[in-house]
Design a protein around this ligand. Structure first.
Ligand code: ARG
Length: 400
């Protein structure tokens, strides 16, 4: 008896997931492997990847176009949540995992598989995100993670694959571990493992080096409708197109790079390089529009919700009850987050320089220092008396 009869494997076309195919069949007695390659706008040609899996011996090689769903149902809610893990990482990799897990579970259901599989190692967050998401969506499915158990290094993995008849074109292998989708790229390992080493320009693909950015700033007006980005420079644009265009615009100004030491769920600190141009600009702009359209107490309370939300998403709890409850809170707050934000992109900086909304709670008549002022200054006196009363009583006790 093998570990499973029929398995749907998340497939990227890389060495690890390709070696998973013979490994599952030969070592773990799986009869039938079906691969599923997810299109998340990473820019890879999916047909050659599909063929590669067939060559490696799978019965069925699936490609799922998930880009639109990824942006609408995973990235956009995260923008509404202003989600930044440890205040910096916009979760571009983390957001893709629950969607890939959902596609795996659905394919398993469709093809009558008793297990799903992924190529994650035992050191990262992604294994947690897959396993927990799958458990949430179908607690009866087995999850197989060959690379977590096989204990082979890079060379051994390739040798194992070659022994089973796989061919790996001799291209100079990159020292980096890279994950990519339409939202951004995560780059780790190789020379980056020394936290003091500056990343070489070769690691970046979506963002220009400051040295090569234009010498004139560029303004972009981003329109939001109930917290969702819907317009660029006055034009209505669909979700995928909006991210694509904004990635290009922000990227050419060198906006969107992050270099951080991050705390993984499995207890390891890791040095991470990210580029996520559109996502970072959108979070900045969205947060700004909230400051114009939400009341003070909602704005401030939401900050705490956002931090919890970001941690849950990072830690693989996308489909958890707490995350769903926070979603409901966040959705409720977005009702009036409609308007435009103007950002200025220049030499690696994104600065909000204007915002406007028909639903703005900002009132110039109340805020102004000019003679048009409508604020009742005398009302402040009684307010301050009551506001400061507990502190006054406390101080009097001390001083007699
Ligand atoms: N540290 C990031 C995260 O946990 C990126 C992970 C990148 N994954 C990868 N397979 N290289 O979301």
């Amino acid at each position: 008896m093998g570990r499973a009869e029929k398995v749907v494997l998340a497939y990227s076309g890389g060495v690890d997931t390709t070696v998973c195919i013979p490994y599952l069949m030969n070592e773990w007695g799986v009869k039938d492997v079906i691969t599923l390659a997810a299109d998340l706008g990473q820019g890879d040609e999916l047909e050659p990847i599909r063929q590669k899996a067939l060559k490696a011996g799978v019965k069925e090689s699936l490609v799922a176009d998930l880009t639109e769903e990824f942006i609408k149902d995973y990235a956009f809610p995260a923008i509404q949540a202003n989600a930044l893990y440890e205040n910096r990482y916009p979760l571009s990799t983390a957001l893709a995992r629950p969607l890939i897990a959902k596609a795996l579970v659905e394919a398993a259901d469709r093809y009558g598989a008793d297990a799903v599989a992924h190529g994650c190692t035992g050191k990262g967050n992604d294994q947690v995100r897959f396993d927990v998401a799958i458990a949430a969506l179908n607690p009866n499915l087995k999850v197989l993670a060959p690379a977590r158990e096989w204990g082979m290094g890079r060379e051994e993995t390739i040798a194992y694959g070659e022994k089973t008849g796989l061919e790996f074109p001799v291209k100079k292998s990159s020292p980096y571990s890279i994950d990519r989708n339409l939202l951004g790229r995560s780059i780790e390992a190789g020379p980056l493992e020394d936290p003091m080493t500056e990343p070489l320009e070769e690691v970046f693909l979506m963002t220009e080096a400051i040295e090569n950015t234009p010498d004139a700033p560029e303004y972009v007006e981003i329109g939001f409708t109930q917290g969702l980005p819907t317009h660029l420079n006055g034009q209505a644009v669909g979700p995928v197109e909006l991210i694509t265009q904004l990635n290009a615009i922000a990227g050419r100004h060198g906006v969107g790079r992050i270099d951080m030491i991050e705390n993984r769920l499995v207890g390891i600190k890791s040095r991470e390089i990210y580029e996520a141009p559109a996502l970072l600009v959108l979070i900045d702009a969205h947060r700004d529009l909230e400051s114009l359209t939400l009341t003070a107490d909602v704005t401030q309370y939401k900050r705490g919700i956002e931090e919890t939300y970001s941690r849950l998403v990072y830690n693989g709890l996308w489909y958890s009850p707490l995350k769903l409850a926070l979603d409901a809170f966040i959705q409720q707050t977005q009702e009036r987050v409609t308007g435009i934000v103007r950002v200025k992109l220049f030499k690696g900086n994104c600065r909000v320089v204007g915002r406007q909304s028909d639903l703005a709670l900002y009132s110039e008549a109340l805020a102004t220092y000019s003679s048009d002022d409508q604020f009742d200054h005398r009302a402040a006196e009684g307010f301050i008396y009551v506001w400061g009363l507990p502190t006054r009583v406390w101080s009097e006790k001390l001083r007699g």
